[in-house]
Design a protein around this ligand. Sequence first.
Ligand SMILES: [Zn+2]
Length: 135
Amino acid sequence: MSKPVPVPTTDTAHYWQACDGEELLYQRCGDCGHVQFYPRRSCVSCHGANMTWLPSARRGVIHSFTIVHRPPTPSFDDDAPYVVALIDLDEGYRMMMNVVGDDRASSAIGRRVRVVFEERAPGRKVPQAMLEAAP
Ligand SMILES: [Zn+2]
């Protein structure tokens, strides 16, 4: 069974198209400066509609994580045990991603990660995190 592929909406199509090109985008409000993820039509802080897309440097830190031993669907059986983490990106927004890579069991709060992309279907990619080398 294959893993789910994102279904873009009007608000997220630009974001997913960038992911397919291995670029990670986030939004900043042109009125109040608030940074947000996931993509939305308006600012969650001031409700303005002056949102700007910016490229992320794709670096961050693990805020929290859990290790999944029993996947909710068979499509993730081959990955188990796998890591689901909240990642605080350096630009000031938070994303939920899997930590991938052979060393994923070394995930820890505070560990630095970089964002990579996993191809879920031909040309369709989702962001994932990989641990940076331990200091
Ligand atoms: Zn705002």
